[in-house]
Design a protein around this ligand. Structure first.
Ligand code: GLU
Length: 336
């Protein structure tokens, strides 16, 4: 697809900052650094070209490395994004965020902010004080995407390394490289090169304005734990999650969401006790299908379909705000 024309007037874009390596600074001349060291004002001042794209207004919602992201900040972020987008004159929201858990935050907002205006998450792999820091260009590209009318109605997007990803599809796949983000199933949302957009096909699954989830009146989310499967797995961590009060359990299963017999018995007991058990996969790709090697119908399990464990956890937390019936929850995994 050809590059789309630039919009004729500069739109208002609200930047919600949460910290991350994009705002990171080396601490003492060594290789160690601290995430969330710079304020969003400082990051924006470092990229004067942003003034050619949009009228930016900023709000520092949090200041953390995204390994410390949690449900309370998600609820606050969703509320602040929704409030911004409800203002008729605000065209879009950009969220600066650490890359570690960006895919979870993005998918959460994709399911909970009922607006078709663009919401774009952006981060960086290199701290702002690193040689060839990737943050400034990522921020410039993120604002270019957010300010562009073609980005509307595509769900929450993630911009990094000249790529535009759907929050639902994207996963962090590398510990340090700038090309860490990959779309695991359905491909890229588009490309963005020095602010010029090339948008591809829109997303297939339901999101934002078509989502059934609402955070109205929600002050906390149900506890959902992830348990990682492996050869020789025992049942203890599954039992511990149930004892700790988990309402849902996501298994990062081997292969097609599998568990050995010992762990399977523990998961089946959890499901019988009313805990929603979702089988996802630790493989990083592919679909977990129902009733292949595991009898989901008999055991009352839910198959994660395309979602990786951390995204399955997000959907399960939201799903449990509406139902605990495994059949209803399964339908959500086929829909979102
Ligand atoms: N732990 C950091 C974070 O998620 C590093 C990842 C990054 O931002 O690139 O905030």
């Amino acid at each position: 697809m050809a590059a789309l024309p630039a919009p004729p007037t500069l739109p208002r874009v609200r930047v919600l900052a949460t910290g991350g390596t994009i705002a990171g600074a080396h601490t003492d001349g060594s290789r160690s650094y601290q995430a969330a060291a710079f304020s969003i004002d400082t990051l924006i001042r470092a990229v004067p070209q942003l003034a050619t794209l949009a009228r930016l207004e900023v709000e520092q919602v949090a200041a953390l490395g995204s390994q410390d992201m949690n449900e309370a900040v998600w609820l606050k972020l969703a509320a602040r994004a929704q409030a911004a987008l409800a203002e008729p004159d605000v065209a879009a929201v950009v969220i600066t965020h650490g890359t570690d858990t960006m895919e979870e935050t993005g998918y959460f907002l994709n399911l909970t902010v009922p607006s078709d205006k663009p919401i774009v998450l952006v981060g960086a792999m290199r701290p702002a004080t690193e040689i060839s820091a990737d943050g400034p260009m990522n921020l410039y590209n993120a604002v270019a995407v957010a300010a562009h009318p073609g980005a509307r109605g595509r769900g929450v997007l993630v911009v990094a390394n000249d790529e535009i990803h759907f929050a639902r599809e994207v996963a962090k796949t590398n510990t340090t490289q700038v090309g860490t983000f990959k779309a695991t199933h359905r491909g890229l949302a588009g490309l963005v090169h020095a602010g010029r957009l090339h948008l591809y096909a829109p997303p297939v699954r339901r999101h934002t304005t078509a989502s059934e989830f609402s955070l109205a009146g929600v002050t906390a989310l149900p506890r959902v734990d992830i348990v990682y499967a492996h050869a020789g797995m025992g049942r203890e961590l599954i039992d511990a999650a149930v004892r700790a009060g988990a309402k849902g359990l996501v298994i990062a299963g081997v292969g097609d969401g599998n568990l050995n017999a010992v762990a399977l018995a523990a998961a089946a007991a959890a499901a019988r006790a009313g805990v929603a058990v979702v089988r996802s996969s630790r493989t990083g790709g592919g679909v977990v299908e129902r009733n292949l090697e595991v009898d989901d119908d008999a055991l009352g399990f839910i198959a994660a379909d395309e979602l990786n464990p951390q995204k399955a956890r997000v959907l399960l937390m939201l799903g449990l705000t509406r139902t605990s019936d495994p059949r209803g929850l399964q339908e959500m995994f086929f829909t979102y």
